[in-house]
Design a binder for this molecule. Structure first.
Ligand SMILES: [Zn+2]
Length: 193
């Protein structure tokens, strides 16, 4: 599964998935140790000439909220502090921010769902994406799987993701599913110029 060094060039893009206050400890839908990804992402992002960030960005009353019959507590509501990126995340590295889940009825797990992320990547000449962020077993998994479906070579960084783990091992299973679908797993230390 681990394939050694991944050398980054101009055809690579980093996708930072949902590193937002509500998904970090103290937030509305905290991923255990979610904020641990911040330092790792800040360390690798300068290696990339293209960095995209996704932002879960729901209208009030979104269909994924429990009050609407969805699976999750109210989180990442547009315009709230919870929807903002973690304060220590180096957003100066972000070239483009993709807001997702902005329509009431789409879950918006994948950064590609209902967005023009694929077009924007192609426009920048990206052929390979490196995926990091939150959470391994939902938005990271769906973003990576859809990147593969869009014909992009896909790398996932296990030490730059954290899982919700609603069920034990969900995160480990998600990494396995991504690898099975064709993603390469490479640690932050294995990513270099
Ligand atoms: Zn959401």
């Amino acid at each position: 599964m681990y394939t050694g060094l991944v050398n980054i060039d101009d055809t690579d893009a980093l996708i930072v998935v949902d590193v937002q206050n509500d998904f970090c400890p103290g937030g509305a839908l905290p991923v255990p140790h979610g904020d641990d990804v911040v330092d790792v992402i800040n360390r690798i992002s300068p290696l990339f000439s293209v960095v995209f960030a996704t932002q879960d960005y729901h209208p009030p009353g979104h269909s994924s909220f429990t009050e609407q019959g969805g699976p999750w507590p109210v989180h990442c509501v547009q315009g709230t502090q919870g929807a903002e990126f973690h304060p220590k995340l180096d957003t100066s590295r972000f070239d483009e921010v993709i807001q997702k889940g902005t329509e009431p009825d789409t879950d918006g797990y994948s950064g590609f769902a209902g967005t023009d992320l694929a077009d924007r990547l192609w426009a920048r000449g990206t052929t390979r994406v490196v995926v990091a962020g939150l959470a391994t077993d939902y938005c990271v998994r769906e973003t990576a799987l859809e990147a593969i479906a869009n014909g992009l070579t896909t790398v996932v960084v296990p030490d730059a993701v954290r899982a919700v783990d609603v069920h034990a091992q969900d995160g480990a299973k998600a990494l396995e599913a991504m690898a099975q679908a064709g993603a390469t797993l490479a640690t932050a230390d294995e990513i270099d110029l």
